[in-house]
Design a protein around this ligand. Structure first.
Ligand code: ATP
Length: 264
């Protein structure tokens, strides 16, 4: 079996009564309850400022929730991401692969070096400092680069890549972690429409290939409708639609986006 397919253990998320207020009395997320598992791509849609990024960032604890539970299950183990601290939080984050809107690559490093940063949670600080990664990490990185279509770019500097290529590197780097769940925070917002479709399809394919759920924040309703397996519609910090793309109708979009004037 190719190394790129080997060690990932599928995970699931159970979110219960999740709330977040950056300022007391001004809730951004209000009582979010979601179960996310399986292998499909879940798209979170909703107007700007409705809390989509905050939700994604609470799951991997880039943002601290104000209340609620975020249970990450991996290999029979259940971890409440909302409560973990210190080393336990760092270790549990390895199970969550994160893809960002602005790629978050180290621009002056090569594609290969960027991928290897996905292994930093697994090697010692001394190994990382000396860039002494095990042979398997290099082999896995090469295979993942092939699967995201960048097999010939391992030694290219990240700042020489297009936006779409950078996002492919971002996806491969997240997969280097052997994540049990993948999260992507507006991964297509900086890309043209064709590249956006390719990136969403790639995220979905990689989720299926590695047998893990993928959760993506997205502004483009049509992209979500065409390529997601499940759509979560949010407005005002609450989930107002949760179901298949085929069930999302004009009334739901009215509720999510507040009327139809924006469509004309
Ligand atoms: N670090 C922060 N400190 C204070 N307020 C914040 C912070 N991050 C986000 N907010 C506020 O929380 C609300 C929700 O923001 P969030 O980025 O989660 O929404 P979003 O739905 O992802 O929006 P967009 O689609 O525009 O990215 C907004 O009012 C935003 O100003």
């Amino acid at each position: 079996m190719p190394l790129a397919d080997l060690p990932i253990k599928p995970g699931s998320l159970q979110i219960r009564h999740l709330a977040k207020a950056y300022k007391p009395g001004h809730p951004v997320l209000k009582d979010i309850n979601l179960d996310i598992d399986g292998t499909g791509l879940t798209a979170i849609i909703g107007p700007s400022g409705t809390g989509k990024s905050t939700l994604i960032r609470c799951i991997n604890r880039l943002v601290d929730p104000s209340a609620g539970e975020i249970w990450l299950s991996v290999d029979g183990q259940r971890l409440d991401m909302a409560r973990l601290k210190g080393g336990a939080l760092r270790r549990s984050r390895r199970h969550i692969g994160m893809v960002f809107q602005e790629y978050n690559l180290v621009e002056r490093l090569s594609v290969m070096e960027n991928l290897l940063t996905g292994r930093l949670g697994y090697v010692s600080a001394w190994q990382a400092f000396r860039r002494k990664f095990p042979r398997e990490d290099f082999d896995r990185a090469h295979e993942l680069l092939d699967t995201v279509g960048l097999g010939a770019f391992a030694n290219q500097r990240a700042d020489a890549l297009s936006g779409g290529q950078r996002q492919r590197v971002g996806i491969a780097r997240a997969l280097m972690q052997c994540p049990s769940v993948m999260l992507a925070d507006e991964p297509t917002s900086s890309l043209d429409p064709k590249t956006s479709v390719e990136i969403i399809q790639l995220l979905r394919e990689q989720g299926q290939r590695h047998n893990i759920p993928v959760v993506v924040n997205i502004h483009d309703v049509e992209l979500a409708r065409r390529h997601a397996d499940r759509v979560i519609g949010m407005t005002g910090g609450e989930v107002v639609y949760d179901g298949p793309p085929s069930g999302l109708n004009g009334d739901h979009l009215d509720t999510i986006y507040g009327g139809r004037a924006w469509q004309q």
